[in-house]
Design a protein around this ligand. Structure first.
Ligand SMILES: [Fe+2]
Ligand SMILES: [Fe+2]
Length: 371
């Protein structure tokens, strides 16, 4: 049995299979992607249809995606099963930080340090709050809606039974990630007395809603499904850096390490899920999907400039100075370089599906600085 880290390498690339798993009358979800995916669907319950070939999809024969579960050792490895509650400790070094300063460039900008030096640590705490809030909302508001749809079969894509069963494991993982994020936020608030300055909604949620509103209604569920696929393959790369920083408090590092290990399995799962999703789309659906991907990647990876601006203003920085800090810290090239590097694997999955053969899609990937 290969290690968990190698599942992604096992994902065979095959061309499309006949996905006809569709039905009407879903009551499990507030939305129903099946309409966008399978406009002529007429099945009447949550059972996946057999593939056209009559073989099981697990067989992964020529022309069909195949599934190898990354969760075969989930009971021993998942954070929700294995990890203790991460607790801030009175014996932690007083010089430990709440977040890695390398990942919070705003804290070091001269206009900010010039305000008052003690802000440095508070900015790291606010960054941690924002990160934890982002995580809790991503998991509960977006990812688990889709994962529930996969588990119950209501997303309208024919999937192997094992894959639907594994979605329940992801559902537990994500719920636990939300729980320990909120838990840690409460502990830090208690320990520091620093009140979180959080935006009403993180940037990615507002941006996802904007993207969906710009689409014809029948494409909106597809956008959400793709957003989850994109974010689940991006998040492991975004979690890789912090646990290595020994200056950060152990409870913070260990929480992120726990999360990162679970997300490695989710990454492998969603890389495979993408192949089933693609196989279920007709050429027009694939074109619509390809055009959406660059916007969805950047929605997930952009810094939350509005939230950071609000934070800087709350410290007493003038509006022009706050804009200058943002412009200098998050200049276009820096953000584009970071986005490209973090999205490398995700981009690879899509380019392997020939999305760049469509000149309009290629143009869109360029326009968002992804190529
Ligand atoms: Fe997660
Ligand atoms: Fe995940």
């Amino acid at each position: 049995m290969p290690g968990d880290h190698h599942w992604h390498e096992q994902i065979g690339i095959h061309s499309m299979c006949g996905i006809v798993g569709l039905f009407t009358g879903c009551s499990a979800l507030t939305y129903c992607p099946r309409r966008a995916l399978t406009p002529t669907g007429t099945r009447t319950n949550g059972q996946d249809a057999p593939p056209k070939s009559g073989k099981t999809e697990e067989a992964g024969g020529p022309g069909e995606p195949s599934y190898t579960s990354p969760f075969s050792r989930w009971d021993e490895r998942a954070a929700v099963r294995r990890s203790p509650r991460r607790v801030l400790d009175d014996s932690d070094s007083p010089t430990s930080r709440y977040f890695s300063p390398d990942l919070v460039p705003v804290a070091r900008h001269r206009l900010v340090t010039g305000l008052r030096p003690e802000l440095f640590d508070e900015i790291l705490v606010q960054h941690l709050y924002r990160y934890l809030d982002f995580t809790a909302k991503l998991e509960t508001v977006v990812v688990n809606r889709t994962v529930l749809g996969i588990a119950t079969g209501s997303v309208g894509i024919g999937l192997p039974e094992d894959m639907r069963f594994d979605a329940y494991k992801i559902y537990c993982d994500e719920a636990y990630h939300a729980l320990f994020s909120v838990d840690l936020m409460r502990q830090v608030r208690e320990a520091t007395g620093i009140r979180p300055l959080l935006p009403e909604q993180p940037y990615f949620l507002r941006r996802l809603a904007e993207i969906q509103e710009s689409l014809p209604p029948e494409e909106r569920p597809l956008a959400e499904l793709l957003f989850v696929t994109v974010s689940e393959t991006l998040i492991s790369a975004s979690l890789a850096e912090l646990p290595a920083d020994g200056t950060v408090l152990p409870a913070v590092r260990e929480s992120i390490r726990d999360h990162s290990a679970d997300e490695g399995r989710h990454h492998a799962y969603f890389a495979m899920f993408l192949r089933y999703l693609w196989a279920s789309l007709d050429p027009a659906g694939r074109r619509a999907a390809a055009l959406l991907v660059p916007r969805l990647i950047t929605a997930f990876l952009q810094p939350d400039r509005d939230a950071i601006r609000g934070e800087l203003l709350a410290y007493g920085l003038g509006r022009d100075d706050a804009e200058q800090v943002l412009a200098e810290v998050y200049d276009e090239e820096t953000v584009a370089t970071h986005t490209r590097a973090t999205a490398k694997r995700t981009l690879h999955y899509f380019t392997a599906l020939d999305v760049l053969d469509d000149p309009r899609a290629k143009e869109e990937f360029h326009a968002y600085g992804l190529l």
